[in-house]
Design a protein around this ligand. Structure first.
Ligand code: FBP
Length: 547
């Protein structure tokens, strides 16, 4: 592999660990836990892994453990820092016993089922320390959910003498990790399952999980390029830039970027839903800002749009919910309908209100909603071109206002979608340290015989030495939700809280940012240099953790 100068310099970086993990470690058990909601139903589904206590690691006496083998899986979308979770896990198990071995399953959970694996030796691990990407073993979106898959997994686990499996994934993957932990516990298989909170989307967080890894780096990459666009835009003064940002349903990424770059407009899906806004309301809101800036002679600006927006417009949400249930119940019949007739077929099957909305959508958006689902049944929001949909509709509205004499100005739009370019960036110092600590913590949870836990590292706005490492029972984060037409236990997704400090800080400033050109240019991630340039966590985390 030919390495860049940065890669070579970065390989020497030693990620920081919480003080408690630096020597021998003991697990201190806290209070018993319960799920965030639907306690009775969750307890019934997870009789062996429900109600376990929180775990906190403290400095302790050295323990002697026999050698063990551990397996690791990268699941779902890439997020910066995955390689550091694996290197932290590797270093952790090697500290416990130098004969311990780590096996990586190739291309995600499918590797476990298909018995596709490799041993991760010190040489391999060293090649990937502090690098972005998941290419060390690859990732995939196979959903681990059936007893047949669990049994196939158990065959290879037993063959390789694996004592514990670490699943690095988002909310859906960790939900499946918990189901797997329960399954192996119920049959006394002697296999522990530990989860690690991954996703650039930032929506896997709660009181015990401060943030999912990758959010920090991805937001910094997007903010850098949005900042560059803003400077271009303020130089030429002729374009409105409509920028869609990845992040699935939640608007955490859009909100964090807005806090970093101070754009003219940022739409927050959760607010659109709370205010029961229609698509036309969103378009009118943007068009009004374009018109107000034009009245001051400023025919340029930036609009940030979260990729999940359409799912949050209440009328669209009702349409998606009916589509979900209908497609889950009629999958076979639908698969036999010719592609050219699918739109018409769906319109004929939906209720009147939803059929009318579906029929009014541009072809591409309609197809996205009904056809292209991921293996978890989610609408693939990153494929919907919301930025074009909105700019076209804003253009039409402005043309109408021009005729009515309400708008004088020129409107020319540019479109961007930032997502994939941020998911494999070299992890920021924050993510490099956080991920390494998460992986190391996972090894300590394994050493202490835990299963059904997620690795947790908290207090991360303080210096790394003061971070608090431990484990959270995954069942604690669960509630019952409707999926594919059935009620299922799932980890509750964290959406933007409209009464939370990050949103309130943005809301207090946005009217000013809309009219003045008060852009901030964060520049690229810095890995070396003064702490205030290199080590700052996201603004979201700083505001959430501010006392
Ligand atoms: P995860 O929940 O798997 O971490 O997804 C991250 C993500 O980047 C989302 O923001 C995006 O909607 C999706 O993956 C895109 O999926 P794909 O990589 O399959 O195109």
């Amino acid at each position: 592999m030919t390495k860049s100068a940065l890669q070579i310099a970065r390989a020497a970086y030693q990620p920081k660990l919480p003080k408690a993990l630096k020597g021998s470690v003991k697990a201190v058990e806290g209070a018993a836990t319960q799920s965030v909601a639907d306690q009775e139903a969750i307890q019934k589904l997870f009789p062996n892994t429900y109600g376990m206590p929180l775990i906190k690691f403290e400095e302790g006496e050295a323990i002697q453990l026999p050698a063990m083998n551990v397996g690791v899986i990268l699941s779902g979308g890439q997020a910066p820092g995955g390689h550091n979770v694996i290197s932290g896990l590797f270093d952790g198990i090697k500290t416990l016993n130098k004969d311990n071995k780590l096996y990586g399953f190739i291309l995600g959970p499918g590797g476990l089922v298909d018995h596709n694996y490799m041993e991760l030796t010190a040489d391999i691990i060293d090649e990937y320390r502090n690098t972005g990407g998941f290419d060390i073993i690859g990732s995939g979106r196979t959903k681990l959910e059936t007893p047949e898959q669990f049994e196939k997994g158990l065959e290879i686990i037993n063959k390789l003498g694996i004592k514990a499996l670490v699943i690095i994934g988002g909310d859906d993957s960790n939900t499946n990790a918990c189901v797997l932990a329960e399954y192996y516990a119920a049959k006394n298989a002697g296999v522990q399952v530990i989860g690690c909170p991954k996703t650039i989307d930032g929506d896997l967080k709660n009181d015990m999980i401060e943030t999912s890894f990758g959010f920090d780096t991805a937001c910094k990459v997007y903010s850098e390029v949005i900042g560059n666009i803003q400077r271009d835009c303020n130089s030429a003064r002729k374009y409105w830039h409509f920028i869609k940002l990845m992040g699935r349903s939640a608007s955490h990424i859009a909100l964090e970027c807005a806090l970093q770059v101070q754009p003219n407009v940022c739409i927050i899906s959760e607010e659109v839903e709370a205010k029961d806004m229609s698509l036309d309301d969103v378009v009118t809101y943007i068009a009004k800002i374009v018109a107000d800036r034009a009245a001051q002679g400023n025919n340029f600006g930036t609009v940030l749009i979260p990729e999940g927006l359409v799912e949050f417009i209440p009328a669209m949400k009702r349409l998606i919910a009916e589509l979900n249930d209908f497609l889950a119940a009629n999958a076979v019949e639908f698969a036999n309908i010719k592609r050219s007739r699918q739109r018409e077929y769906i319109i004929s099957k939906l209720s009147k209100e939803n059929a009318d909305i579906y029929a009014s959508l541009p072809e591409g958006v309609a197809r996205q909603l009904s056809l292209d689902r991921d293996p978890h049944g989610n609408v693939q929001v990153s494929l919907i071109e919301t930025e074009k949909l909105l700019s076209e509709m804003v253009g039409t509205k402005l043309a109408q206002w021009k005729e009515e004499g309400k708008y004088v100005g020129k409107f020319a739009a540019q479109h961007h979608f930032f997502g994939y370019e941020g998911r494999c960036a070299a992890p920021s110092n924050y993510d490099a340290d956080y991920c390494y600590s998460l992986g190391y913590t996972a090894s300590m949870l394994i050493a202490n015989g835990k299963t059904g836990y997620m690795s947790s590292v908290r207090n991360t706005t303080a210096p790394a030495a003061e971070w608090i490492a431990g484990g959270v029972p995954i069942t604690m984060m669960m509630n019952m939700e409707r999926r594919h037409g059935e009620m299922k236990p799932v980890i509750q997704k964290a959406l933007v809280k409209l009464d939370g400090k990050p949103f309130l800080t943005f809301a207090a400033k946005r009217d000013q940012w809309a009219l003045t050109t008060d852009y901030v240019y964060p520049g690229p991630i810095q890995y070396f240099g003064p702490t205030e340039v290199c080590d700052q966590p996201t603004k979201t985390l700083q505001l959430e953790q501010a006392k």
